[in-house]
Design a protein around this ligand. Sequence first.
Ligand SMILES: NC(=O)c1ccc[n+]([C@@H]2O[C@H](COP(=O)([O-])OP(=O)(O)OC[C@H]3O[C@@H](n4cnc5c(N)ncnc54)[C@H](O)[C@@H]3O)[C@@H](O)[C@H]2O)c1
Ligand SMILES: [Zn+2]
Length: 343
Amino acid sequence: MEDIILKASSGSSRVLFSESFRNFKNYIPEGKNAIIITDATILKTYPNVFEGYPVIEIGQGEKHKTFQTLQIIFDGFLKLNVDRSWFVIGAGGGIVCDTTGFAASIYMRGLPFGFISTTLLSQVDASVGGKNGVNFGEYKNMVGVFAQPAFVICDPKILESLPQREFISGFAEIIKSAAIRDMHLFRFLEENANKALLKDTAILQKAIYESVRIKATVVQNDEREKGERRILNFGHTFAHSIELHMGLMHGEAVAIGMVLAAQASVKMGLLKSEEAIRLKKLIEIYSLPTQFNLQKELVFSTLLKDKKREGDFMNLVLLQGLGNATVQKVPLNKMEEIVHDLC
Ligand SMILES: NC(=O)c1ccc[n+]([C@@H]2O[C@H](COP(=O)([O-])OP(=O)(O)OC[C@H]3O[C@@H](n4cnc5c(N)ncnc54)[C@H](O)[C@@H]3O)[C@@H](O)[C@H]2O)c1
Ligand SMILES: [Zn+2]
């Protein structure tokens, strides 16, 4: 399968789909020393892959996507005399990639970096698009930069060791890509669900490739999220409060968020109810949740803190038919009505 080259103002990125993660060495620019940033699970699962390279291990989970972790990385860089002749590689899921990309981008005003993307979510979403950053206090991804990894290796084989719940969760973002942009991918996901869930390499490769292609096209048109890139937030406006209050994984919350956003689209007269049902069915086939139990006051109060809010309006991503997303400015009182009806 061919590579995808994403070209944006912050740089260009080569995303590889048919390359083994074990061959990452071939993509380190000539003459550069390389350093790996990863976590304990990856080191334990793939003990020999990084032999011969210095490794910095960072903590796991969202609570480690912090300034403290940046400090650990910079301490490690200083101990190894890392300078601008070095290349930094993040090997892991979204936490490792987001943190590595940010650390590399600001150390000595920027070292080049690349990713070995090891979760389905990071292959189809986190490691592509150039958003790097860490959390600050309770605010997710509050501090960061736009910078493109020189390469991203998306090898479906590395997903074999991924825990099932993490794996399933990644499908929510693939279904999202299909729902906002691409009925071919939507039908492909419908027709190949069993094989995809059994980690059939060819099917996974195709689903990951198509999903990245959609994201790369959107990012190239609007890297800094002034307009079109907002459609990638389909399902996410509702997902944030669900993720926060129901203790679900990101993809699981996005799955429920997409069902809600589709229902809201039906209410706004943009989507046929059969189409909303078809999306819900696809989400269910991939064993993702579609139901939630939260009080409307809680959902609405979380929405008010959302980054997509602009004064008395919310930018809500809705579907004008399956495969065709639109961003609508919805007044807050209308939003309250929608939440009231949905909850
Ligand atoms: N930058 C972006 O555009 C963007 C987009 C979406 C999400 N994100 C970020 O991504 C993060 C979530 O990423 P994630 O879902 O990949 O979670 P994660 O990075 O926490 O990885 C999940 C867990 O799986 C383990 N793991 C990873 N790969 C494995 C493998 N191949 N085998 C066995 N275990 C493995 C990890 O060690 C970790 O414990 C969030 O912080 C989110 O904000 C960023
Ligand atoms: Zn997401």
